[in-house]
Design a protein around this ligand. Structure first.
Ligand SMILES: NC(=O)c1ccc[n+]([C@@H]2O[C@H](COP(=O)([O-])OP(=O)(O)OC[C@H]3O[C@@H](n4cnc5c(N)ncnc54)[C@H](OP(=O)(O)O)[C@@H]3O)[C@@H](O)[C@H]2O)c1
Length: 325
């Protein structure tokens, strides 16, 4: 099969298309013909081995390969078709059009990927193309997971920091579908895109510090590393919730004190990915509550270009690689 591979950590040009053996499904696995995979920030971080939060550098490097990556095919989020099932698999059927996550196995940048049937793989939304569906799991699963934790009530004021990213763009749509008034923070080139996602207010972080704008919020959903913890907590209304995807050690410690000794709650999580949540997203998509965020679809040979575009931080939505012919 054809796959986008990399043999060394480094810049986007380490990615190449080559022929590799196709995987065989084990007894508990499902073999998927991948039709599209999202080019994500995590893929670029794994490729370059550069991360916004450094504390897990050593354990991660030990896990994925000290000198070279052990798994040479990236791609954690995909849409495709089930083409074979292991002997013990009863949950899906050959011919199902699915979308989902490859977890720590990666491999969705290849024409075929074999994954445990227990993974977060479910029928894809019927009103989305493979490319549109491939862009859902990363951003929307994380956004839904965090925003459900916040238990948003109709009319609550929600600030989303990093609203133009994969997670933020779905965060805006999902918070709106929960009835929130949404303030989005990102760069002005993304304002039109973010307002199309449904944001009510927009703050350009290069021109204005949202912490100094004089507004307070019921929920702050923060996907930007290095935010000012104290400033964010001070912006919360009574019973406010601050959710972050990029906790530092100091953040984690302070969050315990804030949550125990004040009327505010600080939550940091490594979002789990669940079939129930991905099915809930399918329902929301088919009901028109949330829509596609795809900016561009690249051929497999354009993988390095897609990664470069992810790294510029200027994309307006998700970048997807069409896999196979
Ligand atoms: N905890 C978890 O379970 C979990 C799961 C997945 C991802 N994450 C982390 O969550 C973060 C976001 O992921 P993502 O995939 O959505 O990333 P992304 O697509 O790169 O989105 C980040 C967005 O934040 C914007 N941004 C950067 N600096 C900013 C600032 N100072 N103020 C406001 N906006 C700013 C970026 O735009 P510009 O840079 O162009 O301004 C970009 O639009 C990543 O750091 C990732 O590692 C956590």
């Amino acid at each position: 099969m054809k796959a986008i591979t990399y043999s060394d950590y480094g810049p986007p040009d380490v990615l190449h298309v080559e022929e590799v053996p196709a995987p065989e499904p084990g007894d508990d696995e499902v073999l998927i013909r991948v039709r599209a995979a999202e080019a994500t920030k995590s893929d670029t971080e794994m490729r370059s081995f550069r991360f916004a939060v450094n504390w897990f550098w050593l354990p991660l490097r030990l896990a994925i390969g000290v000198r070279k990556p052990r798994q040479r095919i990236l791609g954690g989020y995909f849409a495709g078709e089930v083409v074979a099932l292991g002997n013990d698999v009863t949950r899906l059927a050959v011919g199902n059009e699915v979308y989902g996550t490859a977890g720590i196995r990666f491999g969705a940048y290849g024409e075929y990927v074999s994954l445990p049937a227990s993974y977060t793989i479910v029928p894809k939304p019927t009103n989305m193309s493979f490319a549109e569906a491939a862009a859902v799991p990363l951003g929307a699963l994380n956004a839904l997971h965090f925003l459900r934790l916040a238990n948003i009530q109709k009319g609550e004021k929600v600030l989303i920091n990093g609203a133009g990213g994969s997670i933020g763009a779905y965060g805006v749509q999902i918070a709106k579908s929960m009835g929130a008034e949404v303030t989005a923070v990102d760069k002005s080139i993304k304002e039109d895109f973010i307002r199309r996602m449904g944001a009510d207010h927009f703050i350009d972080y290069t021109k204005e510090d949202f912490a100094a704008a004089g507004e307070t919020y019921d929920v702050i959903f923060d996907m930007v590393p290095g935010s000012d913890y104290g400033a964010c907590v001070r912006l919360l209304n009574p019973n406010g919730r601050y959710l972050t995807g990029n906790p530092t050690f100091s953040f984690m410690l302070r969050s315990v004190f804030t949550t125990w000794f004040s009327d505010k709650t600080v939550l940091f999580r490594f979002a789990r990915e669940s079939k129930e949540e991905l099915l809930a997203l399918k329902t929301m998509i088919e009901a028109g509550e949330i829509g596609s965020i795809v900016e561009k679809v690249y051929p497999m040979e354009g993988a390095a270009e897609a990664h470069r575009r992810v790294e510029t931080e200027e994309r307006l939505g998700a970048l997807v690689i069409a896999i196979g012919g």
